[in-house]
Design a protein around this ligand. Structure first.
Ligand code: GLN
Length: 468
């Protein structure tokens, strides 16, 4: 298996030279899935026969020299993405039997470039969670230590890469769900700029925050996949491409309140300062800045995302698709029981909070206020990025928790998103890369946030830091 964690470009050279075939690659991953998936629960479904069939066809294309850019790249997709004639359940009982009739734009683009989709990956229900313990299909365990969580909500996607069950995963990030599990599992993950990758075919959680991003062991693979999935598709009206040329300052900021935060694990703080030293040696000026809104980030995020979720999830009513209660007495009971039985606890909690903050009496006090604070945070962050090329931080304040450690205390669980949500509240791109391990050998993560549509610069810095 040692060949698989290599960047795809190296695998491609072997494929083009006829030294390796797609069928061999797929069989290699299927063997590992067979060996590990039952224990770690990363994939909810594996498309084994299909993947081999596809691999055979792509091997023929390769031999004719007509294969796409991602020929033989083995990808897993989060259970929130639609794949025609395949189940997509959003980690929820309410969509357990749902099959999509169309492809998400990202899925279509992967297929068009001859990537091989090997399966559907476990996640927190509708992307709501930070540990993958909110999946209706059981938690995903961390491949480094089975007693630890994978992180969430793209936990299955992270562990699948961590355990070499696929080369790249597509996760989704509404508040940190690509970066946080990437950090907990010692891999890399990118949350692109909001508006760069189409959300068509992504089962919505909070539409003004949701993004789709690649996760991989190599930053090079993330850049490659981003290049394929990004861009206008005529389906998502929030897509745009900003073509301004930024002036580079060669300066990097970190937020003082972040490194001073009481929740920050000592080893993570130390590793973070070592990264700063590395950056200085690379020629950057690194400075501490004040960010007065750190305490406002999570309330803003949770008021707005629950509001959007309560609206988005109203479509799951037992009528149009998914789970329906058996033998209801009348229409109202059918709605109520289908939703009560179909959704999990966390999703129900968020629907109720979201409905409350949108209700006539509280709308201005919560929803409107949170929108205003979102604007303040965005303006302040954009201002910061006028003077700096990047804002860096640890991805998370601690390494992976033990299974069950935070499940009884939702506020503690929400705190885990403290460093990641700024990028979602502002729509900016952010990458998490590995930053070594703590004393108990659990991975730590380093986050690089940048200007809108500046993914290339962020990925280059990430690559240089990882390869240094
Ligand atoms: N942990 C955050 C939440 O529960 C982020 C989720 C996400 O990015 N999908 O909302």
């Amino acid at each position: 298996m040692d060949k698989f964690p290599k960047p795809y470009a190296e695998i491609r050279k072997q494929l083009d030279a006829g030294k390796l075939t797609c069928v061999e690659i797929v069989n290699g991953y299927l063997d590992r899935i067979k060996a590990f998936n039952a224990d770690y629960n990363a994939f909810l479904e594996v498309y084994d026969k299909e993947a081999i069939e596809l691999a055979k066809q792509i091997d023929i294309k390769l031999s004719k020299g007509i294969a796409g850019k991602l020929a033989g790249l083995v990808v897993g997709i989060k259970d929130l993405l639609c794949y025609e004639n395949h189940h997509s359940s959003a980690g929820s009982k309410i969509l357990d039997s749902f099959k999509s009739t169309f492809n998400a734009t990202v899925v279509q683009r992967l297929l068009d470039e001859d990537a091989i989709i090997i399966g559907r990956q476990n996640c927190d229900e509708f992307g709501m969670g930070s540990t993958n313990e909110n999946s209706a299909f059981g938690p995903v365990l961390n491949f480094k230590d089975k007693n630890k969580v994978s992180g969430g909500s793209s936990g299955g996607s992270a562990v699948a890469v961590q355990a070499d069950l696929c080369q790249v995963s597509l996760g989704t990030d509404t508040g940190g769900s690509v970066r946080m599990p990437a950090s907990f599992c010692g891999i890399s993950g990118l949350k692109p700029t909001y508006g760069k990758v189409s959300r068509w075919g992504l089962i919505a959680y909070a539409s003004s925050f949701d993004t789709i991003g690649p996760m991989a062991k190599n930053v090079e693979d993330i850049a490659l996949v981003l290049g394929v999935i990004a861009g206008e598709d005529g389906q998502d009206s929030t897509l745009f491409e900003k073509k301004v040329k930024y002036t580079r300052t060669n300066k990097i900021a970190y937020i003082k309140e972040v490194v001073e935060h009481k929740s920050l694990q000592k080893e993570i703080r130390e590793a973070f300062f070592l990264q700063i030293e590395k950056l200085k040696q690379m020629g950057y000026e690194v400075e501490a800045v004040d960010f007065p809104y750190l305490e406002q980030l999570l309330p803003t995020y949770y008021v707005l995302t629950t509001a959007e979720a309560s609206s988005n999830l109203s479509r799951f009513d037992g009528v149009k698709f998914g789970y329906r209660t058996s033998h209801p007495k009348g229409l109202m009971e059918m709605y109520k029981k289908s939703r009560a039985e179909g959704f999990g606890e966390e999703v129900k909690r968020r629907i109720m909070i979201g409905t409350f903050v949108l209700s006539a009496d509280y709308y201005d006090a919560f929803y409107t206020k949170a929108q205003k604070v979102r604007r303040l945070i965005k303006d302040f962050t954009d201002e910061m990025l006028n003077s700096y090329d990047f804002v860096i931080s640890p991805t998370t304040s601690t390494t992976a928790y033990s299974i069950g450690e935070k499940t009884l205390d939702p506020i503690q669980m929400f705190l885990g998103d403290l460093f990641t949500v700024q990028a979602n509240v502002t729509g900016l791109p952010a990458l998490s890369i590995p930053m070594g391990e703590d004393a108990s050998q659990m991975p730590m993560g380093f986050q690089i946030m940048g200007k809108a549509f500046d993914e290339e610069l962020i990925l280059n810095l990430g690559k240089n830091l990882v390869n240094d």
